[in-house]
Ligand binder design. Structure first.
Ligand code: AMP
Length: 515
């Protein structure tokens, strides 16, 4: 289907693939081959998703409909295809649509203009401020993915004093320049409120921030953010800040479609199951034999099974045929069947096939990183520098989030750590970024992902990382340096040995679609 989608992007009419008019091209984040995945979007597809999500307004917690939601939502920059069709994320398409304005926006503490503000820092600041000003009305705190909520807490650590000062004086900080934000804040932040400012300051000055969400928004009944799949790494942090509130992952969705909903939203994150919504797409399943990929690839065409034939306990790769023209399309996710709701299978999300990093829903793949590292290795080779080993991590302490690479370098023929010229390593940051996919680079241009960082680590760091893995039970002979580190203890080992930090100084470009 890809050539057809590219033809539509390049000015051919939608009817070469669909009877309906294509209104936008959805940019997916799960790309692996250096090209964006683009999916057509139509009005009726957006409606289908909106109404399916409407089912989720199930009253699973009493009082959830008697207040407002502090839901941190952000639009991403849109790019125009050669045909003029906008290319954007599915969430952006939803947030700028009439559906969001009509059905949802009034339920939120964030005025729509603060959500639509394209500067993520101003947007975050104003959304936080609005939620603090309406703290007694808030019944639910969240974002689409758990990572955004963790980012928001980090942001709050840096800005709570300024937010309190704005509340105390009844005046918005002068650096907020977005007119939509200024206008909507002028309705809420219209008089000094020293009592509220004192109260928030007291909460923030406490020795520990454990349970701070519950303290700041005392009426909160649950945390609404996806914490399954790659988001599970944020559960411990969220549990710490949320003071025992349930973490609710409501749905499983992608650019390809709204795929599953969680009918037991209060179940623990580790028990979260999604029920496939059978009328959202035609679902098929490729059995996954985790230990025998080769065998699997020989058999996969024969083995594909329908929705009604999946087996309990078996893992499958999801294949969809959708209303937006995708035909037997592999979503790239591995799911495990855990039960049924009536006849619809329920499953747990196991993993993505190609993900190694995810920054605020933008994912990038291991082979692209490997290619970028290869190019950077060739570049440093000119200066007699050798890359001993590398790994990566997601940096969420800065807004926006960014990719971090940990590098151990040595001089050729010597085991000593070399003297480094910052410009050489900054150039390496840029070289690696250039190899990452279109969505990554577009997000960098739109400032929704920050500059890639290389953290140079001391001689022997990767040996220490291996020692750590071995101490945890992995065998030395089978050990492979993980290319993406999520484990807190492993990150500590790396961070405690950092000798220099370098950031990309240039924006990576992106290529237009080829005709
Ligand atoms: P995108 O196509 O960029 O919208 O990303 C969609 C992908 O995000 C899915 O294919 C999954 O890999 C992941 N995802 C979405 N919802 C969930 C969820 N509830 N749990 C785990 N992963 C999810």
């Amino acid at each position: 289907i890809k050539p057809y989608i590219e033809r539509i992007a390049n000015e051919e009419p939608s009817n070469i693939i669909l009877a309906e008019t294509v209104t936008a091209l959805t940019r997916s984040s799960g790309t692996s081959a250096g090209q964006p995945k683009l999916m057509p979007l139509t009005y009726s597809e957006l409606d289908r998703r909106t109404y399916a999500v409407g089912y989720l307004k199930v009253r699973f917690v009493d009082g959830l409909d008697q207040g407002k939601r502090m839901q941190l939502l952000f639009v991403r920059p849109e790019i125009k295809a050669p045909s003029g069709l906008p290319m954007r994320s599915i969430l952006t398409s939803y947030l700028i649509s009439k559906n969001f304005e009509k059905h949802e926006s009034s339920l939120h503490t964030s005025p729509i203009a603060t959500i639509l503000c394209s500067d993520s820092k101003q947007s975050m600041y104003c959304q936080m401020l609005c939620a603090l000003l309406q703290r007694n009305e808030v019944v639910c705190v969240g974002s689409v993915f758990g990572s955004t909520l963790v980012q928001a807490i980090r942001f709050f650590e840096d800005y709570w004093k300024e937010l309190c000062s704005n509340i105390r004086r009844g005046q918005l900080s002068a650096w907020i320049s977005d007119t939509g934000c200024i206008n909507s804040l002028s309705m809420i932040l219209n008089k000094p409120n020293p009592e509220l400012a004192d109260l928030i300051e007291d909460i923030c000055n406490a020795k520990s921030w454990e349970g701070i969400i519950k303290k700041l928004w005392p009426g909160t009944k649950c945390i609404d953010a996806i914490v399954t799949g790659s988001m599970a790494q944020y559960i411990p942090m969220l549990e710490f800040y949320c003071g025992g509130l349930p973490l609710v992952s409501k749905y499983y969705a992608s650019s390809e479609g709204l795929l599953g909903i969680n009918l037991k939203p209060l179940s623990k994150p580790c028990d979260t199951c999604y029920t496939l919504v059978p009328n959202m797409a035609y679902f098929e399943f490729l059995p996954v034999h985790e230990n025998n990929e080769e065998e699997r690839s020989k058999k996969e065409v024969i083995e594909v099974v329908d929705l009604v034939n999946v087996k309990l306990g078996q893992c499958y790769e999801l294949v969809v045929t959708t209303f937006i023209g995708l035909y037997r399309y592999k979503v790239g996710d591995i799911l495990k069947v855990t039960g049924y709701h009536n006849n619809a299978p329920q499953f747990q999300f196991v993993r993505r096939k190609d993900a190694f990093l995810s920054i605020d829903s933008e994912k990038t793949a291991e082979d692209e990183l490997a290619e970028g590292i290869l190019q950077a290795k060739l570049f440093v080779g000119q200066f007699q520098l050798q890359l001993v080993d590398y790994t990566s991590a997601v940096g969420i302490s800065l807004i926006p989030g960014h990719c971090i690479l940990f590098w151990e370098l040595k001089m050729e023929g010597s085991s000593k750590s070399p003297e480094l010229s910052p410009s050489i390593i900054e150039e390496c940051c840029y070289i690696v970024e250039q190899s990452l996919n279109f969505v990554y680079r577009a997000s960098r241009m739109g400032n929704s992902i920050g500059p890639l960082e290389i953290r140079m680590v001391k001689h022997g760091t990767f040996d220490a990382l291996m020692d750590f893995s071995v101490s945890k039970g992995s065998s030395v002979s089978q050990y492979k340096t993980p290319r993406c580190i999520k484990l807190e203890e492993a990150l500590k080992i790396l961070n405690s040995r950092v000798v220099g930090r370098y950031f990309s100084q240039q924006l990576p470009g992106y290529k237009k679609l080829n005709k």
